[in-house]
Design a protein around this ligand. Sequence first.
Ligand code: FMN
Length: 207
Amino acid sequence: MTKQLFVADAERKEGFAHVLLITTGSVASIKAPLIVSELLSYSKVKVEVVATKASLEFYDHKQVEAAGSRVWLDQDEWKGTFTIGSPILHIELRRWADVVLVAPCSANTLSKIAHGLCDNLATSLLRALAPTTPTYVFPAMNTFMYEHPLTSEHLRIVQEVVRYEVVGPIGKGLACGDVGLGAMTEWRDIVQIVVDKFGLIRSNPLP
Ligand SMILES: Cc1cc2nc3c(=O)[nH]c(=O)nc-3n(C[C@H](O)[C@H](O)[C@H](O)COP(=O)(O)O)c2cc1C
């Protein structure tokens, strides 16, 4: 996964929707390649993915790259050659983004957002985000994690103080075998939110 430097001005394309997908350590990260390839089936869309270390247990970055996007990791921030004026990845990515999707959002990352922690690329980026950048959080966790009293408090802060849009979770049989609230919103509905927001049109409309 060798990558070039990422500089927002050079990467942004006039008239395009720039979608930043953050994946975290929930089983629902398995859907990331589907979200990316579906988004990229529309015209004038660019997608970049920021993955927490845990989220990469659930999908292969190569699937996202094959779909036409890139996966940025914590270690991409630290090249060991920083000089004044060098681009800083979490700042460049937040400058680039027109919309941010945290899909899925683990209980851990939800808690970190609510407390203002910024100890990895994903949370540094979120902490540096302009409040005008629309940000959607799609929680996904075990039902008991979701029903833990701290979760509702974190969700309240994320909505009322940080002012992100929280969508879901939904109820269904979870990967862990429990049944109840906690599953991530269906991946197609996540894509649809972006499609509706930017009025996206399919590259090759179905006949
Ligand atoms: C197999 C497996 C599945 C997991 N699924 C979830 C999940 O759906 N939601 C969640 O909040 N945490 C889940 N976890 C726990 C997180 O991966 C863990 O809390 C991790 O620290 C999250 O890190 P991150 O928020 O930086 O991605 C799971 C862990 C394992 C081992």
